[in-house]
Design a protein around this ligand. Structure first.
Ligand SMILES: NC(=O)c1ccc[n+]([C@@H]2O[C@H](COP(=O)([O-])OP(=O)(O)OC[C@H]3O[C@@H](n4cnc5c(N)ncnc54)[C@H](O)[C@@H]3O)[C@@H](O)[C@H]2O)c1
Length: 269
């Protein structure tokens, strides 16, 4: 989508972190933005930042795990702006625990926004996007943990591998409808992800390990940098959006192990 000016973006989880960074980058490119977040007060602060950039913002308090709430988000977005050109399914949480320590409640909580939230976004918006003329684009937030599953992040990675799978299939399915698809796979970004998770996880976070998301730590980038990369990818129509070129080696290691297993299969006859 080459020209973003005067178009409309809907971003879930836009009250903080990567969603906020993307909202600001897209507003800077001339887009109006619908800020959907479970946290209305943060969403309202981001709306003020969008308006300060001279663009319109609409806050729609939304729990992305609630299908009816996401339908309402779509209704309100279309009734306010008449069209949606970029949908960014981004809201998420991250439980950092070994798989054997995950309770059923933890699994539901982890799958909720990260996977069901993306599905709800697609179910609510796709029919309307397909019916709408012109270029459209969907961005789904996965993670580097959608490319490789480190210990302690198995459940989180399960949701993010799923988001990569959905995005890859969707890109092929939607090409004929003039809808581009990107999957965002950031490395470590300085956001409130751990705090948001502790706040909403039913059992809190006393047993949880913490990812170091301090902006001063090595390799941690700012959400505004991620937003800039999302904007570029939407403009170019890229499928994969990576933010940490240094992580290429990790992906190579995983793919090399897979390729070696094929060679082994051939050798085994
Ligand atoms: N921070 C990182 O290092 C990192 C790396 C890779 C991927 N990600 C992914 O980026 C996305 C955004 O996370 P972030 O790091 O910006 O964290 P964040 O906590 O700063 O922002 C996430 C936002 O999502 C909202 N949210 C949470 N549950 C929700 C729900 N059920 N419905 C609606 N909104 C909800 C929160 O209120 C918050 O405003 C997530 O999908 C996360 O998995 C983050």
């Amino acid at each position: 989508m080459k020209d973003l000016r005067d178009k409309v973006a809907v971003i879930t989880g836009a009250g903080s972190g990567i969603g906020r960074g993307t909202a600001l980058a897209l507003a800077d490119a001339g887009m109006d933005v619908v800020i959907a977040d479970i946290d209305e007060s943060n969403a309202t602060l981001v709306a003020a930042e969008i308006e300060a950039l001279g663009r319109r913002a609409l806050v729609v308090p939304t729990d992305v795990t609630d299908r009816a709430a996401v339908e309402t988000l779509a209704d309100k977005s279309y009734s306010e702006f008449g069209a949606v050109h970029v949908l960014h399914n981004n809201a998420g949480v991250a439980i950092f625990l070994p798989l054997e320590a995950m309770s059923d409640a933890d699994w539901d909580f982890q799958l909720g926004p990260n996977l069901r939230g993306v599905i709800n976004g697609l179910q609510a918006f796709l029919p309307r996007l397909k019916a709408q003329d012109g270029e459209k684009h969907i961005v789904n937030t996965a993670s580097m943990a959608g490319m490789w599953a480190p210990a302690g992040l198995g459940a989180y990675a399960a949701t993010k591998f799923a988001v990569v799978a959905i995005s890859e299939a969707l890109r092929t399915e939607l090409a004929v409808h003039n809808i581009g698809v990107s999957v965002l796979c950031p490395g470590i970004v300085a956001t409130n992800l751990m705090m948001t998770t502790l706040e909403h996880r039913p059992s809190g976070g006393a047993d949880m390990q913490m990812l170091d998301l301090d902006p001063n730590s090595a390799g941690v980038i700012l959400p505004e940098d991620v937003g800039r990369r999302v904007r570029l990818a939407v403009e170019r129509g890229d499928l994969y959006i990576f933010t940490h070129p240094d992580y290429k080696g990790i992906t190579e290691m995983r793919f090399n192990a897979i390729l070696a297993a094929f060679d082994q299969a051939k050798a085994d006859g």
